[in-house]
Design a binder for this molecule. Structure first.
Ligand code: NAD
Length: 502
């Protein structure tokens, strides 16, 4: 089954021009749902990225983007949001074809992208800094915010346009210039975003796009001395490499990395809501969500009944392509990634986890050309197991049990990640106590997955450095600067006044 029309052609965008890579190299982009060719993308190397960085550097140093009134930059972001809404169907379809996610999910993503642009449009220029008391009427001291400079933005394949919007919108609102590199697997919607930015009036050089592999097209964004900040969303191992490369020029680093997120269910939880959301927590987008509730931690007294029902429901989830109206979840991003998920499950079983369902690709021959994997539940796990600690980034739930509230908190915190988590109970006091002590960047109580552009997103521990969204998401792209003015200058005579006597 071929689900795409004519493949798109994606080029680099450098200094206001759409260009091929200098080498002429290209990469085929295939839909994970059926392997069909959906696009052909220019494949940049270090030289292309260097040219893009130079363009962004010039645009920042020469201006006037960074010295425009922030409200004018905000107005551009609002125009971008308008154009995104106008083109929403086309963009959602492009996202679905590149990622294999269902069109309905891609539609939600585009709506979220619009909200991100509008949020940062709205807060651009609302924080002019502060006046500091100098205890003197003849001096003025102000803290103001400068744009941080040239930003390298690196994004993953699971939410390509959404992750791009969380970086591009605040970077532009702050007055920065940027070079963005989307995942080599899913470039299309970032290309569409760049076209819209140009249509909305973004000056040449302010935003630049390179496409291609991380170690070649992407690496200069973390190592190049002309980049002032690198903002990276992706896996932990790549994040460490980005941070190490950035250290040579001591650039600012923002990292949004993985998670192994606890979903804690107490016996007194609303059972139907907890069950239903436990499935969505981990199986949404086939588990390819950084905040997926992949780690179910359930009170021992309800474990058997709760897990039996989860297994029954997980086996009923229907897999299918982006435009299959009956599909409830899609394929994994690639066959290589599916192999990784499968070997993760095999290792889990070898270390003692009990496979309750899934663990393999589906037997359905109509899905054979896509990289599908069955919703999988691994029972009888504990936090010393690698399968509980490491991210599978697939449709795999591990199940642990607890007896006391204290134990639930300890297990929920027993992870080197700290991105998100949830607690399910009808006891409001218990919910707040547990939420207060969980060491994760987002805590949901009696819910899973909602996030708001107004609220900070990011991780404790090895889930990252810094925050996206909320006021902090804008401040990542700003440098505080202290400006102190003496209104009545006079010699300080620190040294003997004879020095001034000639
Ligand atoms: P990845 O680390 O493999 O790749 C991410 C990006 O980094 C891609 O664009 C890739 O080309 C690039 N890259 C690879 N090597 C590089 C290098 N040496 N230098 C510079 N760039 C390089 O991650 P992925 O597989 O695309 O995405 C999945 C991961 O992203 C998961 O771990 C997931 O948890 C994480 N993620 C986190 C969040 C969050 O908000 N915390 C959101 C989405 C995804």
């Amino acid at each position: 089954m071929t689900i795409s029309a004519e493949p798109y052609v994606a080029q680099l965008f450098i200094d206001g021009e759409w260009v091929p890579s200098a080498s002429g190299a290209t990469r085929d982009i295939r839909c994970p749902a059926d392997g069909s060719l959906v696009g052909i993308a220019a494949e940049a190397d270090e030289g292309d990225t260097d040219r893009a960085i130079q363009a962004a550097r010039r645009a920042f140093d020469v201006g006037p983007w960074n010295t425009l009134a922030a409200t004018e930059r905000g107005a551009l972001l609002n125009r971008v949001a308008d154009f995104l809404e106008r083109d929403a169907n086309k963009i959602a379809r492009a996202e679905a074809l590149d990622t294999g996610k269902r069109l309905v999910e891609a539609n939600y993503d585009v709506a979220d992208v619009v909200r991100s642009f509008r949020y940062f449009a709205g807060i651009a220029g609302t924080d002019a800094g502060r006046v500091v008391d100098t205890t003197s009427s003849t001096t003025i001291s102000r803290v103001v915010y400068d744009p941080v400079g040239v930003c390298g933005l690196i994004t993953p394949w699971n939410y390509p346009l959404l992750q791009a919007s969380w970086k591009v919108a605040p970077a532009l609102a702050a007055g920065c210039t940027f070079v963005i590199k989307p995942s080599e697997l899913t470039p299309h919607t970032t290309v569409l975003l760049m076209q819209i930015l140009v249509e909305a009036g973004m000056p040449a050089g302010v935003g630049n796009l390179v496409l291609g592999a991380g170690p070649t097209a992407g690496a200069p964004l973390s190592s190049h001395p002309d980049i002032d900040l690198v903002s990276f969303t992706g896996g932990l191992v790549t994040g460490r490499a980005v941070m190490a490369a950035a250290s040579a020029s001591v650039k600012k680093v923002a990292l949004e990395l993985g998670g192994k997120n606890p979903n804690i269910v107490f016996a007194d939880a609303d059972r139907e809501a907890a069950l239903d959301n436990a499935l969505t927590a981990v199986f949404l987008h086939s588990g390819q969500v950084c905040s997926a509730g992949a780690r179910l931690i359930v009170e021992e007294s309800i474990h058997d009944e709760f897990v039996a029902e989860l297994v029954r429901r997980a086996q009923l989830i229907r897999l299918g392509g982006p435009f299959d109206p009956n599909a409830e979840t899609g394929a994994l991003i690639s066959f290589a990634h599916r192999d990784k998920v499968q070997s993760y499950v095999e290792r889990a079983c070898a270390e003692g986890a009990v496979l309750r369902c899934g663990g393999t690709p589906p037997a359905d021959s109509t899905l054979a050309s896509g990289s599908y994997f069955l919703p999988t539940i691994l029972d009888e796990c504990h936090s010393q197991m690698r399968c509980v600690q490491d991210e599978s980034f697939g449709p795999v739930m591990t199940v642990e049990t607890f007896v006391t509230e204290e134990e639930a908190i300890a297990i929920g915190n027993d992870t080197y990640y700290g991105l998100a988590g949830a607690v399910w109970t009808q006891d409001a006091g218990k919910a707040q106590r547990v939420a207060g002590r969980l060491r994760h960047g987002t805590i949901w109580i009696n819910d899973y997955h909602p996030y708001l552009p107004q609220a900070e997103w990011g991780g404790f521990k090895q889930s990252g450095v810094g925050r996206e969204l909320g006021p902090s998401g804008l401040h990542e792209y700003l440098e505080p600067k202290h400006v102190y003015q003496n209104l009545s200058p006079a010699p300080s005579n620190w040294f003997n006044p004879r020095l001034a006597e000639g």
